[in-house]
Design a protein around this ligand. Structure first.
Ligand code: PRX
Length: 631
């Protein structure tokens, strides 16, 4: 084993040699001529001159050695389905889906939007897109019409692939009417909509637009669709994420850099081996699902489990029963899910044979010590490894790379900077680097961002630069918008966002988006949304709203009615995941004299903390009102 410090140092100081070695983990049609072109910072181009294909690396290249090995294990406790697709099966299904897309005129560079539940067809769809060089944009199935419409508008897809419904806790969640409404709201109209009919929720197809997947698939049972070799820098997908402003950003990923980064992460971070089984409990609508349900494990020649259902249904042992049944080696989840399991009978953990499991990785939000301890004890001391990363980066920024050198985790810390990442803590006011131990600063990454990270924001290079690279004074560095400290051993501790992004049950939400949605209610004049600490979900959104007409809001029943109406608005526009835990009514919001909303002060009051310096507050009673509401 190499010492991790040397491995990391080499990745920065001898960058091109390091990544040229990692590039050997994947198949190329044409080898790259240049490893990294950073002549136009902050835009990095990786593996310039090479051509490859993401689907080839995830599927086709394994056919020679592992055609009959499990590739995709689909398990739904919602519809009681369980099916294993071998690499041979997956190859066939992906080609069928690719043939359908090609028959609709989808070619290299065209966008395809995928709005689907966690079903195998969603995996086929993603792989089919990258197979033919089309750029997919998966939208989380929990998003509603307005969120979906903004993404359709921005991605301008030629085809949308969807399904009649998802299902959650045994409750059917129809998708089709939300999609139809989103297309109606969007100025861009897709040419075709390909519908996977699970027969969960009846729907009426739109004539000349909607296609039935089963019918189309039957036309292409044996159609051969070769992989389209694309340039290394060809976009593989976009994935929308929230930031400070209301408009979501389309994170754009390349092809070769992403493939190499994931191929390298499987052995070095996850210690996954070809033939092993990876179980990531995320959703394909999130970055973790892209990287570690679909692409990472398949690139690594592993079997991947795609699970539709709750972690506690039929009971809290369901995930562990899958670990036993499919001999899962690597498991990846989120602290929120573990906090949900923690409320169940602990005996459910010891009921199953978990000997195959090497480690449990957790990501997406801070891992609190009681949760880490509970699961560590439940898994008999197996390593619990925290991963810190972002939609933008595509793979971990901070963690413990046990595949390079075994190291101890520290509670509350996701670990050290991962190889490839030149992480710097800086002072948010001066941009000065903070090199001492335990100094709080903004976590930044020096360019070039390593392979796999975002290339730009879809269609908006300017926004890429202004959002991420121009917000630290006097320095061209990538801003993660997270506060952090580093201890004397180089372990980082994440202390929360520097911007208005909140994290509800591992879902990243922009408070501005929620505010915009609430403001669309006809009786709302103004609103502030903040994230407030929550035992189970990490954070929940709390809204404080000023009604235009308060004459009817004289009693609790009237306020509750308006609160329910507002929640309904958020549900139908953004989706239930963005719904605030409470909407409370006030007559003023705390602002500075220049009119800036004092969100931090509101948040502090909600969390019963000291609101800090209030010398700039315009109307102190505004904060008192919030205090009274919370009490
Ligand atoms: O604030 C950090 C938090 O989630 C943000 C990124 O969210 P998202 O784009 O959805 O990507 C999730 C990919 C795992 C970060 O800016 N975050 C993510 N992981 C952690 C975390 N906070 C603390 N600890 C983590 N391990």
């Amino acid at each position: 084993m190499v010492a991790f410090a040397d491995f990391h140092r080499r990745s920065i100081e001898d960058r091109d040699a390091f990544w040229s070695e990692q590039a050997q983990l994947i198949d190329w049609q044409t080898k790259p001529q240049q490893i990294c072109d950073y002549s136009n910072p902050p835009f990095a181009k990786w593996f310039v001159g090479g051509t490859t294909n993401l689907c080839h690396n995830a599927v086709d290249r394994h056919l020679a050695d592992r055609a009959d090995q499990a590739a995709l294990i689909f398990v739904s406790t919602e519809t009681d389905q369980e099916h294993t697709y071998t690499y041979r099966d997956l190859h066939a299904e992906v080609q069928r889906m690719a043939a359908i897309l090609k028959a609709q005129g989808v070619t290299k560079g065209d966008r395809v939007l995928i709005y689907m539940p966690m079903i195998a067809e969603a995996a086929f769809a993603m792989l089919a897109c990258v197979r033919i060089g089309a750029i997919h944009s998966v939208v989380f199935g929990g998003f509603a019409s307005h969120s979906l419409a903004t993404r359709i508008e921005d991605a301008t897809p030629k085809v949308i692939i969807s399904a009649d419904a998802g299902s959650r806790g045994g409750k059917v969640i129809p998708y089709k009417h939300l999609l139809d409404e989103a297309i109606r709201l969007s100025s861009h109209k897709p040419g075709k909509v390909l519908m996977v009919d699970r027969k969960l929720a009846p729907f009426t197809p739109v004539a000349d637009r909607d296609l039935d997947y089963a019918t189309e698939r039957a036309q292409h049972m044996d159609t051969v669709v070769p992989c389209e070799w694309v340039e290394s820098t060809h976009p593989s997908y976009t994935l929308y994420t929230s930031g400070t402003t209301g408009k979501p950003k389309g994170v754009q990923r390349d092809t070769a850099g992403y493939t190499v980064a994931l191929a390298s992460s499987i052995p070095h971070i996850y210690q996954g081996k070809p033939g092993g089984t990876f179980f990531c409990t995320s959703d394909i609508g999130w970055v973790v699902g892209h990287s570690y349900i679909i692409y990472g494990p398949l690139i690594g020649g592993m079997a991947t489990i795609m699970y539709e259902g709750l972690p506690i249904r039929p009971d809290g042992g369901i995930w562990w029963s899958l670990v036993e049944k499919y001999k899962v080696n690597v498991m990846f989840s989120a602290p929120t899910a573990i906090r949900v399991l923690k409320k169940q009978d602990p005996a459910l953990l010891s009921k199953y044979d978990l000997s195959s499991l090497q480690a449990l990785f957790l990501a997406g939000e801070p891992l609190d010590e009681p949760t880490a301890k509970w699961i560590s004890e439940g898994l008999n001391g197996k390593p619990i490894i925290d991963n810190y990363w972002q939609t933008e980066t595509g793979w971990p920024i901070l963690t413990i790379c046990n595949g390079v050198e075994k190291a101890e985790s520290k509670f509350g810390s996701p670990g050290k900077a991962v190889y490839g990442y030149n992480v710097k803590l800086v002072d948010d006011q001066t941009g000065e680097e903070l090199t001492g131990a335990n100094q709080k600063g903004v976590l930044t990454i020096e360019g070039p961002l390593p392979p796999g990270n975002l290339q730009t924001i879809w269609g908006d290079d300017k926004r890429f630069v202004s959002t991420y690279w121009s917000t630290v004074p006097n320095k061209l560095v990538y801003n993660t918008f997270d506060w952090a400290v580093r201890d004397e051993d180089g372990y980082f501790f994440i202390l929360g966002r520097t911007d208005d992004v909140i994290n509800v049950a591992g879902h990243r939400l922009g408070t501005r988006e929620i505010e915009e949605s609430i403001s669309s209610h006809p009786n709302i004049a103004e609103v502030a949304v903040v994230g407030v600490a929550d035992q189970l979900k990490g954070q929940v959104a709390m809204a404080f709203a000023i009604a235009k007409d308060t004459s009817g809001l004289t009693d609790d029943a009237a306020r509750s009615k308006l609160e329910a109406e507002i929640m309904k608005v958020v549900d139908t526009q953004l989706g239930a995941l963005a719904r605030p835990a409470r909407v409370m009514f006030v007559t003023a919001l705390p602002k500075t004299r220049s009119g800036k909303l004092l969100r931090r002060a509101i948040q502090a009051v909600c969390e019963k903390r000291d609101p800090g310096d209030l010398t700039t507050i315009d109307d102190p009673t505004a904060l008192t009102q919030i205090q009274d509401q919370i009490a």
